[in-house]
Design a protein around this ligand. Structure first.
Ligand code: DP6
Length: 361
């Protein structure tokens, strides 16, 4: 029996130091060709999600950022279909039959051009697991979140998180786990430099597949990435920003090289991204040793990994680059957590979202 209470949680994105690019399975398992490692970010950028299961609901309903997503019928879009599959799966595990109302909002500045999918998927799995009283361990939840969006599995934990690629065909051993606590190196920061907020031209799901299929450089990548993880873990253990910076820059460049080698080519970096790359190398050279490293996901916005004491040098460098529109400073986060009922996005009496299309109801 479900208790019909609204449960609310908050979760955050992560930035990969050694990246996931290329899958073994494209049917929704999202098992990767290589392991990856990331830093979970704090709640400056976050997703808040409320859920309620109730007999009074005559269908499943999902609202993201104030608008309703299609969850039933023939026209269900690919991403909602995955969400629906995960919802049905978790409901089955809990032996619950009631429909769900799910309301989710991102705090990401809409102009930021930073993907919210990892944060959204991780928060959804976390809140569903709690609402359905599944009592799932974070590791098991990471296996479920991975199937919505691969990189989401790493947002199931705080601190530095490793996603082990696993070997099994069913993906059961492809899970995330915490490699270092959030308190291990709290001075480590991610300065996000927004250079282009528009939607990417090639979605990452299409990119993963095309690169594996066509890039002649790609077969070299999985081994390089696995070695990169060993280097990154050693650098983080020793709080060595010089070694960490080199490893993450090399990995980002390697991933973007396989993207460029994809046919037709995938190019996420813009001139402004490249100016930041040169800027970081010049700054590191001038310092005699590396104080920062850049990394880029499937987009042109830079994540500059550095330590708090070097913040000013990075900001001064960025202020000289014309294409930089905005900077956001991310710190080490603690992973998803439950919120109190006053923070709920659902009106418990009427079982409706508190806010639709940006308006309070
Ligand atoms: C470049 O997790 O978005 O950000 O599993 O198809 O949803 P799907 O892909 P996604 O890929 C993200 C790739 C990346 C690198 C990374 O975060 O590791």
């Amino acid at each position: 029996m479900i208790n019909e209470k609204v449960v609310t949680a908050i979760g955050t994105p992560n930035i990969a130091f050694i990246k996931y690019w290329g899958k073994r399975d494209y049917t929704g398992l999202n098992t990767p060709n290589n392991s990856s490692i990331s830093m979970t970010l704090d709640e400056k950028l976050s997703t808040r999600t409320s859920v309620v299961f109730s007999k009074k609901l005559n269908r499943d309903m999902l609202y993201i950022n104030g608008s309703e997503e299609v969850m039933v019928g023939e026209k269900i879009p690919e991403k909602s279909a995955y969400l629906k599959r995960i919802l049905d799966h978790m409901r089955r595990l809990a032996g619950v039959k009631e429909n769900a109302l799910i309301v989710s909002e991102n705090s990401f500045p809409s102009s930021a051009g930073i993907a919210s999918s990892a944060s959204g998927a991780a928060t959804l799995v976390f809140v569903l697991s709690n609402a359905l009283q599944l009592d799932k361990k974070s590791r098991e939840m990471s296996v479920i979140a991975r199937q919505i969006s691969g990189s989401a599995c790493r947002s199931m934990f705080g601190g530095i998180v490793r996603w082990n690629k696993g070997m099994k065909e069913d993906g059961s051993d492809s899970y995330a786990e915490q490699a270092f606590k959030d308190t291990h190196w709290p001075e480590l920061i991610d300065i996000i430099a927004i250079v282009d907020p528009s939607k990417k031209r090639v979605s990452s799901s299409v990119g993963h597949a095309d690169t594996v299929k066509t890039s002649v450089l790609y077969p070299l990548r999985p081994k390089f990435a696995e070695e990169g993880i060993v280097t990154v873990e050693k650098a983080i253990a020793g709080k060595d920003i010089d070694a960490l910076s080199k490893a993450i820059m090399r990995d980002s460049n390697n991933m973007h090289a396989t993207m460029l080698d994809t046919w037709p080519p995938i190019m996420y970096l813009t001139d402004a991204s490249k100016d930041i790359i040169y800027g970081i190398h010049e700054l590191n050279d001038a310092n005699g040793k590396r104080i920062a490293g850049y990394t880029f996901d499937a987009g042109p916005n830079a994540h500059i990994i550095t330590t708090e004491k070097n913040r000013k040098k990075i900001m001064d460098m960025l202020s000289g680059i014309r294409g930089v529109r905005q900077t956001i400073e991310g710190h080490m986060g603690t992973g998803p957590r439950l919120l109190e009922s006053k923070d709920s996005l659902i009106d418990e009496k009427t079982l409706t979202p508190k806010r639709v299309q940006g308006k309070m109801q």
